[in-house]
Design a protein around this ligand. Structure first.
Ligand SMILES: Cc1cc2nc3c(=O)[nH]c(=O)nc-3n(C[C@H](O)[C@H](O)[C@H](O)COP(=O)(O)O)c2cc1C
Ligand SMILES: C[S@@+](CC[C@H](N)C(=O)[O-])C[C@H]1O[C@@H](n2cnc3c(N)ncnc32)[C@H](O)[C@@H]1O
Length: 407
């Protein structure tokens, strides 16, 4: 069971996305000789400084070399032993610290051994195996237990085997097994041209990655129908005398297209925009299968290039993607430009009371919306609500706002 990744910033190959360090190994399933050979061969083809290939491995099989396996296990940190004891293979990786051509110190030996190990881990992933590298072990005890040469630098012990259910991991690791995987933002590790100057991943890349990796029906915001509050607000406007049939509607950040399709079915003439072309492909498929006519367009709401004048703008879950004030202002200027005077903005975002760690960075209450939309909008109504979701067990708390463009 590969976990879901959060804060993905660009689409990457399945291998990099899916590899992870599990603590739930299946004790019954062995790694075949062929699989092990392929993993070692992948490591062999790693690059190394001077082509030195400084890596050295000791492979210990729980069934074939039970005594050595137990000795090696006992050299691991006690916490690592708790889960590594189920792995059928333990692989020690060590670096030879001297260059063979001049016996001088090879200061890249450890770096290159790490490169070999990631090749091995990715090959394991490709074969449907799982791996977990460990730095928590007693190096001197380990060298002595396995009779390894004194000069070697033992870098890691890797558990290799087959994935078991998360519930089979030792109790204290179960929450870790199921927690979403996260990484700090690329921007904190990458500098452009010189140290200290900002590098940014294109905004669309992260969204494309989410849509590429996960079927739309499994994304947390997926909801096949129109959210009840959006439907009720539209009903209210219609019964107040504004007939919608043929009126121009814009669905901003339409994602899988479920809301756009529902709006089209109500008789609105719909344009739906999205930053992610992967999302738009799903939205187009949905519109075709539901036999509705919608104009779809890839567009970044913060630098929008679309033209038109709309009677209704629907935003379900886009505005809350922006916590930065400059982005919020760019969003507002797009909506102001595209909405007709007197036109309706139906805005649904995460509520400030929603405390979950995951999810969008922007969270709002009525006061925030009044302040942010003061220039050119009137807040007709706002309600505490929730996001209808076909995926989430608990519906996130939302703020639903009905705004009217005043000028
Ligand atoms: C050199 C190295 C040493 C590590 N040592 C340990 C360890 O002793 N125990 C452990 O549970 N995980 C260990 N890990 C696993 C990391 O915690 C893990 O790779 C990291 O949290 C990222 O998670 P991911 O591999 O699932 O992406 C180690 C990983 C590396 C590369
Ligand atoms: C929480 S999802 C909601 C999707 C859709 N409205 C729904 O209700 O299913 C937010 C959507 O906004 C899109 N998005 C994010 N930033 C955007 C931007 N700058 N311009 C346009 N769309 C954007 C994302 O790709 C994603 O599909």
């Amino acid at each position: 069971m590969a976990q879901q990744r959060m804060n993905v910033q660009a689409p990457i190959d399945r291998l990099f996305a899916k590899r992870w360090s599990t603590r739930a190994f299946d004790p019954e399933k062995q790694v075949t000789e062929e699989q092990l050979a392929a993993c070692l061969e992948a490591a062999r083809w790693a690059p190394s400084c001077f082509g030195e290939e400084p890596w050295r491995f000791v492979v210990v099989d729980r069934v074939e070399h039970e005594t050595e396996w137990q000795l090696l296990l006992s050299c691991l940190a006690p916490k690592n032993q708790l889960w590594a004891k189920h792995a059928p293979l333990l692989i020690v990786a060590a670096a030879e610290p001297l260059f063979s051509h001049n016996s001088e110190s090879n200061r890249w030996a450890e770096y290159d051994t790490g490169q070999a190990m990631i090749c091995m881990s990715l090959q394991a992933e490709e074969l449907g195996l799982v791996s977990h590298q460990m730095g928590g072990f007693h190096a001197e005890a380990l060298k002595s237990a396995l009779g390894m040469p004194e000069q070697l630098h033992v870098m890691s012990v890797t558990a290799l085997g087959h994935q078991a259910d998360a519930e089979s991991a030792p109790e204290e690791f179960q929450a870790m097994e199921q927690a979403p995987r996260t990484r700090r933002p690329l921007e904190e590790s990458v500098h452009a041209a010189c140290w200290g100057s900002t590098w940014s991943a294109p905004a669309a890349s992260g969204w494309d990655a989410r849509y590429q990796e996960t079927p739309v029906e499994k994304l947390p915001w997926f909801h096949a129908g129109l959210d009840a509050d959006i439907a009720t607000a539209l009903d209210g406007i219609e019964s107040a005398g504004t007939a919608f049939k043929g009126k121009q509607a814009l669905d901003l950040g339409c994602g899988p297209g479920t809301q756009a399709v529902a709006l089209a079915k109500l008789g609105l003439s719909v344009v739906a925009t999205e930053i992610s072309h992967h999302a738009l492909e799903s939205a187009i498929d949905l519109a075709v299968s539901e036999e509705v006519n919608i104009t779809f367009q890839v567009d970044d709401v913060l630098k929008s290039k679309i033209n038109g004048s709309f009677d209704v703008v629907v935003d379900r879950g886009l505005f809350h993607c922006f916590s930065d004030e400059a982005d919020q202002m760019a969003y507002l200027s797009t909506v102001r430009r595209l909405l007709n005077p007197g036109g309706t903005l139906l805005l649904k975002c995460f509520h400030k009371d929603e405390g979950c760690e995951m999810g969008p960075p922007g969270r709002y209450d009525e006061t925030d919306i009044r302040r942010l939309f003061a220039d050119g909008f009137e807040l007709v109504e706002s309600d505490k609500s929730h996001f209808d979701s076909d995926v989430m067990e608990r519906s996130p708390k939302a703020l639903f706002c009905h705004l009217k463009k005043t000028i």
